[in-house]
Design a protein around this ligand. Structure first.
Ligand code: ZN
Length: 199
C-alpha cells in the first residue's frame, strides 16, 4: 500500500497542516480550471505590492466579469501613465509637462525647498495644506547594501537648486527609516559644506 506524502508537521499542528493541504488543493484546482490568460493576469497582479494570490484571483474574476470597456479602461490607464508621465525637470515630481504643477505655481514660496524620497511623499505633504514651498524628489534613499549610491539619486540637481538665487531654507523630509535618516544626514553634510564654501 502506498501512503500519500503528508506535510512533516501534520502531527504537530493539524490545523495549520490542514490549511496548507487545502491551499495546495486550491492551487492545483485553479491551474486546472483557469485559462492560461487568466493565469497570466493573476500572475501579473500578484507582482503589485500587497496583492497575494487570493486577492489577485478575486481581482481577475472581477475584471473578467466587468463590461469590456470598463476592463479595457484599466489597461488603457496603465498604458497611459507609462507613456505620458515623467519626472519634472526641476524637482523630480511627476508631471505630463516639462515642469510639474508645484514648480509652475506662482503662489508657491520659492525660498524653501522640501526634500522627499518619492513623488508619493509630495502627495502626503500636499494633503496637509500646510506647506507652501517647493519640493525636491530624490527618487529614493541612500542604501549602499541595495546598491543605491549618491549618484543614483537627484542630489547634484538639489545642490544646484540650493545654490541658485533665492533659496533660503531646505527642509529634509526623507522617511523616518534607517536609509531615510542616513540620506538626510548625508544631505545635511553636503549642504553645510556648500554653505561654508559660499560664505
Ligand atoms: Zn517640479
Amino acid at each position: 500500500m502506498v501512503h500519500p506524502r503528508l506535510p512533516v508537521d501534520m502531527g504537530r499542528s493539524p490545523h495549520r497542516a490542514g490549511r496548507r493541504l487545502r491551499a495546495r488543493r486550491i492551487a492545483r484546482y485553479s491551474r486546472l480550471v483557469l485559462s492560461p490568460a487568466v493565469d497570466n493576469l493573476v500572475a501579473q497582479l500578484t507582482r503589485l505590492p500587497g496583492i497575494g494570490t487570493r486577492t489577485a484571483q478575486r481581482l481577475a474574476f472581477h475584471i473578467l466579469a466587468a463590461p469590456a470597456d470598463e476592463a479595457n479602461a484599466i489597461g488603457h490607464a496603465i498604458a497611459d501613465v507609462k507613456a505620458r508621465v515623467r519626472p519634472c525637470r526641476e524637482c523630480g515630481n511627476l508631471t505630463e509637462e516639462e515642469l510639474c504643477g508645484v514648480c509652475i505655481d506662482p503662489r508657491r514660496d520659492r525660498t524653501v525647498i522640501c526634500v522627499v524620497e518619492q513623488p508619493v511623499d509630495v502627495l502626503s505633504l500636499e494633503r496637509t495644506h500646510e506647506y507652501r514651498g517647493l519640493y525636491h524628489v530624490l527618487g529614493g534613499a541612500l542604501s549602499p547594501l541595495d546598491g543605491v549610491e549618491p549618484g543614483d539619486l537627484r542630489i547634484e540637481r538639489l545642490l544646484d537648486r540650493v545654490g541658485a538665487d533665492g533659496v533660503e531654507e531646505v527642509v529634509l523630509a526623507t522617511n523616518p527609516t534607517m536609509t531615510g535618516e542616513a540620506t538626510a544626514a548625508y544631505l545635511a553634510d553636503r549642504l553645510r559644506a556648500r554653505v561654508a564654501a559660499d560664505g
